[in-house]
Write a protein that binds this ligand. Structure first.
Ligand SMILES: *[C@@H]1O[C@H](CO)[C@@H](O)[C@H](O)[C@H]1NC(C)=O
Ligand SMILES: *[C@@H]1O[C@H](CO)[C@@H](O)[C@H](O)[C@H]1NC(C)=O
Ligand SMILES: *[C@@H]1O[C@H](CO)[C@@H](O)[C@H](O)[C@H]1NC(C)=O
Ligand SMILES: *[C@@H]1O[C@H](CO)[C@@H](O)[C@H](O)[C@H]1NC(C)=O
Ligand SMILES: *[C@@H]1O[C@H](CO)[C@@H](O)[C@H](O)[C@H]1NC(C)=O
Ligand SMILES: *[C@@H]1O[C@H](CO)[C@@H](O)[C@H](O)[C@H]1NC(C)=O
Ligand SMILES: *[C@@H]1O[C@H](CO)[C@@H](O)[C@H](O)[C@H]1NC(C)=O
Ligand SMILES: *[C@@H]1O[C@H](CO)[C@@H](O)[C@H](O)[C@H]1NC(C)=O
Ligand SMILES: *[C@@H]1O[C@H](CO)[C@@H](O)[C@H](O)[C@H]1NC(C)=O
Ligand SMILES: *[C@@H]1O[C@H](CO)[C@@H](O)[C@H](O)[C@H]1NC(C)=O
Ligand SMILES: *[C@@H]1O[C@H](CO)[C@@H](O)[C@H](O)[C@H]1NC(C)=O
Length: 641
């Protein structure tokens, strides 16, 4: 690419006059979301398989509770359901039991009960001691006041001393008015008095996005798909690294039967089921039409330990196997053959592989880890391109990385002031992935402090418009910034470890943030405010000033001749603009998509739609005036040739 040298255009202050002369093609920059935090999104039962808990410890039961006198204990089963799942729930029915006796699970801070859905419920059971018992086992959904919305029953038999699977569907007769509901499992107390039953691997799923097994929650998946994202960065972020070597993410622990997935202690203090495994991720990407940017574990975990160089070979091989699972040939690779056996013989699309995450925390060892991983992986996969994760060129590592992943969490002021961050970067072949960025606090001296100290709980119009100002710089420098993603992507509002996030949710609803609408509007290779309004050509204009109050970027779809003018006002005062479009013919009207709010406005569970984009028609022409309201992102689309 020819270097962009837009700084040579001169700049009127305050009143921005945008001259739009000749066009030049630029690389399309992709905006999307990142999977830096993995949160179960569809599976309804929390602690479904007692993965990675300490048997007998009472916390091993959380959040299961006994119903009507049953005694519950998580045990290390002498005959577990699988070697990956050594623990079972042992349920003892008291000898004087009567009525319905059993246990229940309140889900991930609630369960949505919808009468238009059919739920799939599944569990494994066995009797540790053989008996002549035969009785009814009932599963169902009930409210916290005991109203039963759905139930289904089957017969279980005391002669069943090996593990048996039960699959029952649940069709609620009515929808619940709130999500304070539980899944319950019960036996007839008088029939089962004195009996002990072991249970393992429960599963409860509503319908999923595109009806995929172990798939995504439909409302969350549709919210993400509506951004028209170009890519999804996964499986981390920190998620790949592990808090320790033993708890690092390993692809082969996340594929195949759920009984073969041990789960892992995740990096944010809760156990990951790994029900959302490598295949489920890849299937989701295909379903949405986005590409993966996939990380491989690169010999470093978050406790600061790096593997020595002479110990790297097995991890390089594991990374090769992970990539082969995605793109390999089933006739030459066992990992690819496994993919084929799981129903996807064709390779998935994969172009970018990231080697590690945030390896600026272990720069010393990255000087050998980068060359060893990059050397071996690029030899094995010459069609792929690899991303380094130290600070760009600091330290200098060899071979020179083709791409760097850059992360930044900062104040709104930082993002506005750094709208020109990439303008002076040398055009020397290296390109950049803005892999994690978010405006997280107004307190520059205590960015990661509490919300009382300035940390945002949810993106605000101040933080979101600041990110948008920064993003105008990413679009202007899209010849060297090839992709960008806000982080983190998702938070369950009832139990979150980090704020703010792009999209929040609880058991019943999804809450897209103001930053979500900015990302959707962004310059990615798609079409709505910045991801939906994308040209294939960047149009130089007079540039905004570094200390100005207004930021903009202009691109054009050279097929449709739609010109996308994105104007960001990250301060409270409105700003006037005169557009001067140097085209022969400019349509007399265009479309305005406007996201506007006051400084501290956030979309929250309490007021989910406080700020959403609005579309209207706007008078345009070769010259036209526009007033950008305070704290706004405007996208003006006008046809011009
Ligand atoms: C989860 O958070 C939502 C939104 O704040 C709230 O309405 C709901 O009551 C919470 N659920 C639980 C179980 O605390
Ligand atoms: C119970 O589940 C079975 C599947 O195992 C299903 O065929 C049946 O329709 C369900 N019955 C009710 C009442 O939902
Ligand atoms: C749901 O449960 C939560 C947590 O116990 C409670 O705060 C909330 O008030 C309940 N909501 C309703 C509608 O009962
Ligand atoms: C429980 O079992 C007893 C003894 O078989 C029977 O009389 C009773 O009706 C059963 N209760 C229910 C709710 O099925
Ligand atoms: C639920 O079970 C049905 C019947 O086996 C199956 O067709 C469907 O895909 C399952 N749904 C999910 C989300 O797994
Ligand atoms: C995954 O593969 C590694 C070797 O690459 C092996 O050590 C580990 O036990 C495997 N894990 C599972 C759960 O299969
Ligand atoms: C592959 O990795 C090994 C370390 O395991 C290293 O010695 C070797 O140089 C690497 N090969 C290439 C081509 O980089
Ligand atoms: C490429 O440009 C970057 C950013 O300006 C610079 O730090 C780096 O040293 C350059 N790399 C080479 C190999 O010249
Ligand atoms: C910013 O954080 C510091 C602690 O580092 C705290 O003393 C100060 O009060 C915070 N500022 C605001 C405005 O909350
Ligand atoms: C450009 O416009 C054409 C015609 O409307 C459309 O097919 C194409 O997808 C657009 N390109 C982009 C990058 O949006
Ligand atoms: C937004 O919040 C900050 C910090 O609490 C406050 O200083 C400012 O006045 C608020 N802005 C508006 C418009 O209320």
């Amino acid at each position: 690419m020819t270097p962009l040298n837009l700084r040579s255009f001169l700049i009127p202050a305050l009143l921005g006059v945008l001259h739009i002369p000749a066009c030049r093609a630029v690389t399309t920059v992709s905006v999307s979301a990142t999977a830096s935090h993995t949160i179960p999104t569809t599976l309804l039962l929390q602690n479904r398989a007692f993965q990675q808990v300490t048997p007998s410890d009472t916390s091993a039961l959380d959040p299961w509770v006994a119903v009507n006198g049953a005694e519950l204990e998580v045990i290390a089963d002498t005959d577990p359901v699988s070697s990956a799942l050594p623990n079972s729930l042992q349920v003892s029915i008291p000898s004087d039991a009567t009525g319905s006796v059993g246990f229940s699970n309140p889900g991930y801070w609630g369960i949505k009960v919808d009468s238009s859905w059919t739920y799939n419920a599944s569990l494994y059971y066995r009797f540790p001691s053989e008996s002549s018992y035969s009785g009814t086992l009932t599963v169902g959904l009930e409210s916290d006041t005991g109203e039963v919305f759905a139930s289904n029953s089957t017969t279980i038999d005391g002669s069943q001393t090996s593990w048996a699977n039960i699959f029952l569907t649940l069709t609620p007769s009515s929808s619940a008015s709130n999500t304070n509901n539980s899944f319950f499992v019960a036996v007839n107390g008088s029939e089962a008095a004195g009996k002990t039953i072991d249970f393992a691997m429960f599963s409860l799923f509503p319908p999923t996005y595109k009806n995929r097994p172990n798939g995504m929650r439909i409302d969350i998946a549709e919210t993400l798909a509506a951004m028209k994202p170009a890519f999804f960065r996964f499986p981390g972020g920190n998620n790949i690294e592990g808090q320790s070597f033993d708890t690092r993410w390993q692809w082969n622990a996340t594929v195949g039967s759920l009984l073969d997935r041990p789960g892992r202690v995740g990096d944010w203090g809760y156990v990951n089921t790994d029900g959302l495994g490598l295949l489920e991720y890849l299937t989701f990407f295909e379903d949405v039409g986005m590409q993966p940017i996939m990380a491989v574990w690169a010999g470093y975990s978050l406790d600061g330990e790096s593997e020595p160089e002479d110990a790297l070979a097995p991890f390089i091989q594991q990374a090769i196997d992970q990539i082969d699972f995605v793109v390999g040939d089933p006739s030459t690779s066992d990992a690819a053959a496994l993919r084929a056996s799981l129903g996807h013989p064709e390779p998935f699309y994969l172009k970018y592989v990231e080697i590690g995450n945030e390896d600026f925390f272990a720069s010393d060892s990255y000087t050998y880890r980068w060359p060893d991983f990059y050397g071996n992986l690029s030899a094995a996969f010459p069609d792929l391109t690899f991303i380094a994760t130290t600070y760009p060129f600091d330290p200098v590592i060899y071979p020179t990385p083709p791409h760097y992943d850059v992360h930044v969490y900062q104040t709104p002021e930082w993002f506005v002031e750094n709208a020109f961050y990439y303008d002076n970067f040398e055009r020397n072949g290296t390109t950049y992935f803005e892999g994690e960025y978010a405006s997280i606090s107004t307190n520059a001296s205590n960015l990661y402090g509490t919300s009382a100290e300035g940390r945002f709980l949810y993106p605000t119009m101040q933080s979101s418009t600041a990110e948008a100002a920064f993003m105008t710089g990413l679009e202007r420098n899209s010849d060297i910034v090839f992709a960008a993603s806000y982080a983190p992507l998702l938070q369950l509002v009832n139990d979150s470890q980090w704020t703010p996030n792009l999209v929040s949710f609880d058991a019943g609803k999804v809450y897209p943030s103001t930053s979500y609408y900015v990302q959707q509007a962004s310059y990615a290779n798609a079409r709505d405010l910045f991801s939906v309004n994308v040209g294939d050509e960047y149009l130089p204009s007079t540039l905004p000033t570094e200390n100005g109050a207004l930021y903009w970027t202009i691109s054009r779809n050279s097929t449709s001749n739609d010109v996308f003018i994105k104007v960001v006002n990250p301060v409270s005062d409105e700003q006037d603009v005169l557009f001067d479009l140097a085209f022969t013919s400019v349509a007399s009207s265009g479309t305005l998509q406007l996201l506007q709010g006051s400084q501290n406005d956030s979309n929250t569970p309490e007021i989910a739609d406080l700020v959403t984009p609005h579309t209207s028609t706007i008078a345009t022409g070769q010259t036209f005036d526009y007033t950008a309201p305070g704290y706004s992102v405007s996208v003006i689309t006008v046809n011009a040739s």
